[in-house]
Design a protein around this ligand. Sequence first.
Ligand code: AP5
Length: 213
Amino acid sequence: MNLILFGPPGVGKGTQGARLANDFDMAHLAMGDILRAAVRDETPAGLEAKQYMDAGQLVPDAVVVAMIEETIMAGNGHDFLLDGFPRNVSQAEALDEMLARHSLKIGRIVFMDAPKESLLKRLCGRLICRACGFGFHRQYSPPLKSGCCDRCGGELYQRDDDREDVIANRLEVYHEQTAPLLDFYRHREGFTKIDAGGEMDAVYAALKEAVNG
Ligand code: AP5
């Protein structure tokens, strides 16, 4: 089964999506991670995307639609979980068209939501391993040794767009452009909304229940 996870920045799409993809044997296709890899590798798409990401704005639709199609196709039919795509109605329409063209279907669409206060706390405290990409949080899931990944010993860093001023832009962009996806998807078969404001394992249990239907 293929799945879409969407919701505001910091709601837990990346953390919970990785766990879910692992448990359900799906490829975790996180648009933000795909873009950050392109920026790091200085590809033409990455060079174009960087300025938008640094400002907390959406990267142009044509760029992300082409990247996600390439990534889905590279999976050769393996089930996938989309995290961070689509992010506006025109991307959702492009996804519908792309899926129809490749005879693919989405089985579940899960909207995760949490209060703004929680989102801010989660984003401001997030730390990521430079080597393996595993996520930590200064307060909620701190590493055993400060600045060092528990899994691989890599260096932990804070994302450039997790600065307070950029977070404010990202939340504004979310309300203007991504929140309308709720109306686009709410009547689709397989749509569920979950409360993602609780602690990690409780949110994961709700997500798993939503996926198992
Ligand atoms: P992206 O990387 O997708 O960022 P985002 O959507 O803003 O989401 P985040 O990664 O910030 O949050 P998350 O929901 O994954 O939360 P996480 O699990 O990490 O996109 C970055 C940028 O790329 C965008 O701003 C845009 O420029 C561009 N972009 C991406 N997709 C695009 C698209 N489709 N179109 C155009 N541009 C696009 O959790 C956050 C923290 O909270 C972690 O530390 C975690 O440990 C902690 N946490 C999570 N859940 C809990 C919990 N229940 N309790 C306590 N702590 C928790």
